[in-house]
Write a protein that binds this ligand. Structure first.
Ligand code: CA
Length: 617
């Protein structure tokens, strides 16, 4: 069957024009990619079971020493099979078996040679470019990419716009915290005029496509998707205004060298939720050390800046100990309002209670207007290492580094430098006010997770986000959290968004919704939004659930749902299944729980309502 399909596609291509075509199919033969050089412009076409997933879509790079998007001839191809298993504690499943077909196609023109490597598993496609050393060139600057994604007629998009740089609170954007547009027919009308961010989800009839980017390190920038031209969107580079206008938007790397991978997950919603493609095609950059993940208390989310003082932090350390949780996150201004000397005593106090400490830092100070401190430490290699040595001596578990400047290559280098130095000092790293991770869970073993989402703080700040909590919760497992750990900081048990639990706006969700998000939102360290008073004013069953809930998972299964409306997942830890569902609207979910011996179950939910169950022991 599979060779028959490949040959028929090839025959069709060869019959109509004299251009080169190579076809690669997935191990099960259903997902196929045809690559051609028609008209001198390289392109790829993706089909699943013979149906078009992506129409002929452009490939190519324009560089400082020549144009690799035109006048190209398909000059050769090599193939190999990939079979690999890897273990990764920090993603949706602990052990992953990768089985894929790889095809590398070489294109040549007067400028030289460009290779494109395709990795095709049964439900995922990833591809990247490689340039050799050529024409005396040992380095390349990429001026733009031709790379695009052309969707068939009838496709709709579930998208979040790229922010306008240097806008928002203290000019901290972009930080991947924009509202989504849902199920909009292509071309989706421009929002900010800056296109759309990864990951991006698309639906064509019953078939779903999730676009992502992975393998990005200090040798490239973080990319976005440009505004639609018809039903085509292309890879675009960061905006010049990012980083307060400093730094190039054009990435440069040494030759031979490769770009990041672009990923295309294809299938039903099950395949979209369960994909591991972001980690399948990347490799660890340094050996993993043992990391103690787990649950943290976090005063800032409800008690805010005023809580970063000795007494309130002691209260949150005691609260972590009472919950049996592993840590406490001390947020901004600890250097000013507690001070380095007294922090040493606080960290020792936490250790005496069996509670580890995480410390907040600003990423810098020079690309936005924030006052939150410590500032100008993480961007300065000398001060960064001084503070990391201090933290290592005190046994601090990790840092949360906030308010990043954008997606330019120099910022990707800073992400990598912070991760690398932190690893040298036995520290884990959480990013906030930041870009999406791009395979970083596997590439940097001490990386934990990134915000890059309209996270819990927005529910604290505004009732508008409480009203749509169900919509957002029913999006993340399909989009943002499917391709990367998501540092959301959720699960409120206060009825109102205030320290006294009586003033300000209501939470607007059921207790079951809040518990469900502790399972649905995946991050190997969870900074939960519970407050010390919840020990006595929240339902005892909810506290018991939160005392036991894990933060790392052996397996994840999609059960039911539709992006933006509802979602139900099962996550396994050892012999125990955590079942969780949330809904944005009145919903009846029929869940096949036969895999954990519970048969078929119907769950009825209201808007902003949820459901949890624990099966096994
Ligand atoms: Ca934020």
């Amino acid at each position: 069957m599979k060779t028959g399909f490949a040959f028929s596609l090839l025959a069709a291509a060869c019959a109509c024009a004299a251009f080169g075509t190579e076809v690669v199919t997935s191990p099960d033969g259903r997902l196929a990619v045809a690559v051609d050089d028609e008209g001198g412009s390289p392109a790829y076409t993706v089909t699943l079971g013979g149906e078009t997933v992506l129409a002929r879509s452009p490939l190519g790079l324009v560089t400082d020493f020549g144009d690799f998007s035109r006048g190209l001839t398909l000059a050769g191809a090599t193939r190999r099979a990939v079979e690999e298993t890897y273990d990764l504690a920090t993603i949706k499943r602990r052990s992953v078996a990768v089985k894929a077909s790889r095809l590398t196609v070489d294109f040549t023109n007067a400028t030289g040679r460009l290779s494109v490597t395709f990795h095709v598993s049964d439900h995922d496609l990833a591809f990247r470019y490689t340039l050799p050393r050529q024409k005396g060139r040992g380095a390349v600057r990429v001026l733009r990419e031709a790379t695009g994604f052309s969707f068939p007629e009838g496709t709709t998009g579930f998208l979040t716009p790229q922010a306008v740089p240097m806008t928002g609170w203290k000019r901290t954007k972009p930080s991947y915290e924009e509202d989504y547009v849902l199920d909009r027919p292509l071309p989706v009308a421009r929002a900010n005029g800056n296109g759309w961010t990864f990951p991006a989800l698309f639906r064509t009839g019953e078939r779903w496509v999730l676009l992502g980017e992975t393998g990005t390190d200090g040798s490239y920038c973080g990319c976005r998707l440009d505004e639609f031209d018809g039903r085509t969107t292309r890879i675009a580079f960061p905006l010049p205004e990012e980083n307060n206008g400093s730094g190039s938007v054009e990435p440069a790397f040494a030759l031979p060298g490769s770009t990041p991978w672009r990923t295309i997950t294809v299938g039903g919603l099950k395949e979209v939720v369960e994909t591991t493609v972001a980690w399948d095609v990347v490799a660890p950059k340094y050996p993993a050390r043992p990391c103690d993940y787990g649950r943290n208390t976090w005063s800032w989310i409800v008690w805010q800046d005023e809580s970063i003082n000795w007494d309130d932090q002691v209260a949150y350390i005691d609260f972590a100990a009472a919950m049996g949780w592993e840590g406490v996150l001390v947020d901004a201004f600890w250097d000013r309002d507690i001070g380095y000397p007294k922090m040493e005593k606080l960290i020792a106090y936490a250790a005496s209670k069996g509670v580890g400490v995480w410390l907040w830092y600003s990423s810098s100070g020079w690309w936005n207007d924030i006052e939150q401190s410590p500032v100008n430490v993480m961007s300065d290699p000398i001060r960064r290492k001084q503070d990391m040595r201090w933290m290592q001596r005190l046994g601090v578990k990790g840092v949360k580094v906030d308010f990043w400047g954008g997606d330019k290559q120099e910022t990707m280098r800073l992400y990598e430098q912070v991760l690398s130095d932190a690893d040298d000092h036995g520290l884990m790293v959480i990013f906030h006010g930041c870009t999406i991770p791009r395979g970083w869970e596997r590439m940097y073993p001490n990386y934990v997770g990134s915000e890059a989402v309209l996270a819990s703080e927005n529910r604290y700040f505004s009732p508008r986000f409480c009203a749509v909590a169900g919509v957002n919760a029913a999006l993340h497992p399909f989009i943002r959290n499917s391709l990367g750990a998501m540092e959301y900081g959720g699960t409120f048990l206060n009825e109102r968004m205030s320290r006294d639990n009586r003033s300000r706006h209501a939470r607007g969700t059921t207790v079951a919704f809040e518990l469900a998000t502790a399972v649905l939102f995946q991050n190997p360290v969870q900074n939960f939004a519970l407050t010390p008073n919840n020990l006595t004013d929240a339902p005892a069953a909810a506290i018991d659930f939160m005392k036991a809930v894990p933060t790392t998972w052996d397996e994840t299964r999609f059960l039911a749902g539709y992006p933006g409306r509802s979602v139900a997942l099962a996550r396994r830890k050892g012999g125990r299944w955590y079942l969780a569902a949330v809904a944005a609207e009145k919903t009846v979910l029929t869940l096949d729980l036969s895999f954990c011996g519970r048969g078929v179950r119907t769950v009825t939910l209201d808007a902003n309502d949820g459901w949890v169950d624990v099966v096994g022991r």
